[in-house]
Each structure stands twice: as C-alpha cells, then as structure tokens.
Design a protein around this ligand. Sequence first.
Ligand code: NAD
Length: 516
Amino acid sequence: MIRSAFPLSLNLLKRNYSNVAPTTKLFIDGQFLDSQATDWVDLYDPATNNLVTKVPKCTHKEMETAVESSRNAFQSWSKTSVLTRQQLMLKLQAVIRRDIKKLAQNITLEQGKTLADAEGDVMRGLQVVEHSCSAGTLLLGETLQNISKDMDITAYKLPLGVTAGICPFNFPAMIPLWMFPMALIAGNTMVLKPSEKDPGATMLIMELLNEIGCPPGVVNVIHGTHEAVNFICDNKDIRAISFVGSDQAGKYIYSRGAANGKRVQSNMAAKNHAVVLPDANKNATLDQIAGAAFGAAGQRCMALSVAVLVGEAKNWIPDLVEKAKKLKVTAGHEPGADLGPVISKESKQRILQLVESGIKEGAKCPLDGRNIKVEKYPNGNFVGPTILTDVSPSHTCYKEEIFGPVLCVMTADTLEEAIDLINSNPYGNGTAVFTTNGSHARQFVNEIDVGQVGVNVPIPVPLPMFSFTGSRGSFHGDLHFYGKQGLNFYTQTKTVTSLWRKGDAAKTAPSVSMPV
Ligand code: NAD
C-alpha cells in the first residue's frame, strides 16, 4: 500500500486518540484527532435523551487540513492500479460484514432505529461496496478502431480529484457507503461530512479503513453544520459534491456548489404514495404498507407516507388500523421492537404539529400515536403509528414531508385519478402499486411520473447495479447515486484520437484544411 507523506501541518494535530465518547473525533490523514472547535453539537440517545457524545463543529483550519490531506492523497491514489482499489473494497466488504452487529448497535444508539433496521442500513451500504468490487468492469472505457483512415479513438473514465459527501441522519451507514466506495474505485479521494446527529457509524467505518490499510487521506472526515457545508461548497480543490438530505439544504448546496463550478448530485425529500387497487391481495398489501409507513419510525426517504385507496379498497381502513396498532414501539435495542423513537425532541414536536394541523384542516385520526407512553423509556422521542384519513391535497400534512410514523390515507375512484394525484405532487422519489391485475400494473408503470416504482413492492430501492433514481422535486442533478450513473458522476471522460501510419505514409505532410 502506498502511504502518502504526512504533511508538516498535520503533525501538530496528530495524537493517539481512539474515537470513543465523550467527544467524536475528526479523521484526518488516517488519524483520529481531537477537534479544537469551540462550538459543539450534543448528541443524545433518542430513546433516553442521555448524552452520548459531543460532535465538534470543525474549525476552518481543520477543514483546510482535511482537504489538503485529500489533495495530497489524490496524487498517489489516482495512480494506483484498478486492482489495488478493487482489493481495498474486497477487504472493506469483509470487515463490514464481520462488524455488522457492532455498526448496528452504534446506529441504534445514536439514531434510534431497531437493531434489525440498523443491520439493514449497513447491508444496503455493503451492497454498494460489493458492487464497487467490480471496479475493473465498471471503469472500462470505450474504443473504436479506424474512426478515420489509420485513426483510432479511445475514451477513458478518469477520476476528478477531491470529492465531498454531505450526509443525512436517517441512514448513518448506508449513505456514506453510497458515496466514498464509488468515488474511491474511480481514483478519487473524499472529504466526508456525516450528519452531526449520528456520525458514529462513519467513524467506525473509518477505523475499518485503517485496519485494511487504506492510505491516509484517501478519506477524511470533518464534522459540523452550515459552516462545514459552506466550506465544502466554496473550497476550490473540491470538484464534486454528493448530497443526501432535506430540500432546504439540498437546493442550497446544489446552487452554491454549482455556482462554484462543481458537479453536484442532490437527493432530497419525498412524499411516496402507495396505490391500493381493490384486486390487490388485501392481507399482504396492508402488511407491506404498515411496514413501509411506520418502519424506522417513518424516517426513510422511501417510506410510504401516503396510501391512496382506490374503489372498494376504501373499506380497508379498519384493517390497516388494526395492523398498525399491533406494532411494538420501544427502544431500538429491545427485543421485538418494530419501531423506535424519532431522532430528536424537535423532530417529535414538528411531527405532532403536522398531525395537529391535519386534524384542524379536516382530516380524521382513527389511530393517534401522539401521546404514546413507552414505560421503560419515559424520556424518549417516541411517536406511535398514526393514521390520518380524509386527507386532501391542500392539507399541510399532505404538502409537507412529515418524516415520522404518520400515514396519510386518501381515496380515489379510479386508477387514473390516483395517477393524476401522484403526478401532481412535486416529489418523485418513489411510489408503489398493489394489484393482481397485470394491465393495471402496466398502466401505472407507464403513466406514473416518479423515478422509482414498485409493483407489489413497497420500498423499491434499486440494487447497486442500477442507480437510485428519484426524480422531479426529490432530485437535483444529472447523474444519480451508485450504479453506472454513480460511476459517471465520479469520473470525467478523456478521449484520445490517435493517428499511426506506417512507412512513407507517415511522412506525408498533413493538409491544413479542416478534415471532413
Ligand atoms: P438535513 O438536510 O437536515 O441534513 C443533511 C445534511 O445537510 C447534514 O449533514 C446537515 O449538517 C446539513 N444541513 C442541514 N441543514 C442545512 C442547511 N440549512 N444548510 C446547509 N446544510 C445543512 O437532512 P436530515 O434531516 O439529516 O435528513 C432527512 C432528510 O433527508 C429527509 O428530507 C429525507 O427525505 C432526506 N433523505 C433523502 C434521501 C434520498 O435519497 N432522496 C435519502 C435519505 C434522506
């Protein structure tokens, strides 16, 4: 493994810290460092509101040092063989798989989701690592012989340089793993900013990168909020930004990053509708909707947050309520937990306000989880499964992403009406139709204007050989995360046109007129 020379400025920061509480460290040039920050974010266990760690808002100097480290590392990392990069990912997938439970425990502690969900979080990221192990194939360029007489063209996929990743709180392992493995196999380096609300999984993954011999500086981790984001958007050495998070931040980062000449891919908020046709398998469909609406406390960007019941399926609401009632709400590490707490007190407050607004604006609430008591965890940010019916498109609870365990139920007389409703919504992250009728399913797939569509599949997140293709208001950019598009996002194309002639032909003076 190539080890880049440790820059002088970094020696001042270099100490022998591990990344355990009470403070979250920076990861710069392969070292876990104490931040000199004066401003810190307190991170609380969402199930108890006990302090877990303090996360620094990095100083400007620390962020500069991180980029300097990534810039230095790029010099050697971009020249490593594709097989070297591929082998790093093969090792990474083995150690992540080995430590999946440890990672999941950290996710449950900091983010609150159930252990099973937390393992799923790691698994979906691991799949991208596994996909990136085929770097050799993914990076193949194109070539065409005899494009003109004795002339050939070859197109190479080359790295960009230093890239950056800005992550949300809801998938603390999966989203960083959507980003840096794809960037690295293409020969880039990356500065990662995990969510200040749960950076622990990223830090554990950095320990794994050190264990497998990843050269220092290939990935650096900084922490912070708006200032760190502004720094990334403005820094002249950062060539591309991958962002996943809310609309407000995503639109801002997209504009500010692009104005500074950077490539930006920005995955944002969602309002995902499930269309239930009366010919669907009732029991299986309602189980799937309950799981996709309330699982992970509704804090998935692909959560089904709106159910559109068509025709006779309008009568299925009582059965849906019964299924939702049975879900067990408790701390994520408790056996049998179906959903844990939401991320913060502020988030809980916001969810409760949106439910309240729905009721005030005319919705009914046959299942109200606002006052749930979870005995062992009286201080947790729990919201029980909540169902709002009679919701209309003008209601605030429909117009805004709630990001909590709240399902809005709407009705439609026909499939066409349901499709119109969804196509009129500004978001296009995901949707699903439940039916046993092939022609209805086909009509839905053809006419729906949403980037990720499930047919009898509630959360249709594509596997990494495809890309995550949210559309319209849920995405800004041209190239999506992972898969072929992800690789294209992290590479630039160089085309080489070569003319090789033999003997006297090579000595002929070329014409000065434009070749045709
Ligand atoms: P968030 O936007 O609050 O935070 C995401 C990142 O942006 C964090 O690193 C944060 O520090 C930074 N940030 C927050 N506010 C900012 C601002 N005003 N200006 C600049 N930077 C800012 O998002 P979140 O609450 O952590 O995550 C939940 C959101 O992410 C939901 O809207 C969800 O739908 C979305 N999400 C989307 C996808 C997708 O693929 N479409 C996946 C996961 C989550």
